[in-house]
Design a protein around this ligand. Structure first.
Ligand SMILES: Nc1nc2c(c(=O)[nH]1)N[C@@H](CN(C=O)c1ccc(C(=O)N[C@@H](CCC(=O)O)C(=O)O)cc1)CN2
Ligand SMILES: [Mg+2]
Length: 303
């Protein structure tokens, strides 16, 4: 009987717990040295149920890490000017080190305008063009949480990345582009693939590190994976699961997990892979912003 190789499952939930513990220790040091805890303001406009859960989890994990949480929940009808005024107040508030505006915003609000209104020094999402430019030019920057979490997971299984072929599928400003920049900073040879890429399976098969961030359920098939590759699945897609009962759903990533796990050297599951790293890295970025704003020296975990 032949046995199929099994890949190492990268446990993002456990890694995120460890990261949050390290951030909590550093936050306690920050408090003892500065007399105040790092503070994170999270702004939610509207009642999107998933966003509401993410915001609640962010606030709860902020408090658990010994930081101050300032939650602002605004009605869906909130005007753009009102939201911009709140951002201006948070920019001016010394107790606030990090500002996060939960996305997506209601359609009548220009999200880019809101992102650009956030003080770049408090932009813990790393979405402000100043932080994007700093990342691109190799200057110290606040880096978007999801790709930062991906890099930490990749380095947890392969600390030395120089010279490896990395393929990022997806070119969003939030994940794909910053992920490519981070891998380039690690001296990987980086390809950014997307919906117009010709022969995407062949491009993916080149990858020693394959990051899927396209938002299409199970698009990356097992035979797209180079044997032994590290596969990072950023997708969170809810699909019907009639086998669980009528009307039931389940979460899947952008990678066909069962197939890919037959070939990958290491792979992140969904749920429990990249997702939990997003909030852990948000806490890490809040601590980093507090340190950069105040000059108080504590140990900020890095990738
Ligand atoms: N301003 C921002 N908005 C949004 C971001 C962001 O980073 N900044 N990211 C996403 C949502 N998000 C956090 O905001 C987020 C998504 C998923 C998870 C997570 O832990 N997922 C779990 C599964 C959860 C489930 O069961 O539904 C997992 O993958 O294991 C955390 C945070 C969009 N908006
Ligand atoms: Mg996941």
């Amino acid at each position: 009987m032949t046995t199929l190789p099994t890949s190492r499952i990268i446990d993002g939930k456990a890694f995120a717990e460890g990261l949050r513990r390290r951030v909590a220790e550093a936050a306690a040091d920050f408090l003892s040295r500065s007399g105040r805890a790092p503070g994170l303001a999270v702004v939610l406009a509207g009642e999107d149920p998933a966003s509401s859960v993410y915001v609640r989890n962010k606030a709860q994990q902020t408090v658990e890490a010994g930081m101050a949480s300032f939650e602002h929940r605004l009605p869906a009808e909130t005007g753009e000017a009102e939201l911009l005024a709140l951002v201006a107040r948070l920019n001016a508030d010394d107790a606030v080190d990090g500002i996060l505006v939960q996305l997506p915003l209601p359609a009548h609000i220009d999200a880019q305008k809101v992102i650009e209104a956030i003080d770049p020094a408090k932009d813990v999402d790393g979405f402000h063009p100043e932080n994007a430019g700093r990342l691109m030019t190799g200057l110290p920057a606040l880096v978007p949480c999801t790709p930062l979490g991906c890099l930490m997971l990749i380095k947890s299984v392969q600390p030395a990345l120089a010279g490896l072929e990395a393929v990022v599928v997806g070119r969003s400003n939030i994940v794909g582009k910053p992920m490519a920049q981070l891998l380039l900073s690690e001296s990987c040879t980086v390809t950014v693939a997307h919906s117009k890429t010709r022969d995407l399976p062949a491009v993916c098969r080149r990858a020693d590190i394959l990051v899927a961030a396209v938002g299409r359920p199970q698009m990356v098939r097992g035979d797209w994976v180079k044997p032994g590759a590290i596969v990072i699945d950023v997708g969170i897609n809810r699909i019907p699961a009639p086998e669980r009962g009528e009307g039931k759903t389940r979460l899947v990533g952008d990678v066909a997990y069962d197939e890919a796990a037959q070939r990958a050297g290491a792979i992140t599951p969904v749920p429990g892979g990249v997702g939990p790293m997003t909030i852990a890295c948000l806490l890490r970025n809040t601590l980093a912003a507090a340190v950069a704003r105040t000059g108080v020296v504590v140990d900020v975990p890095s990738a």
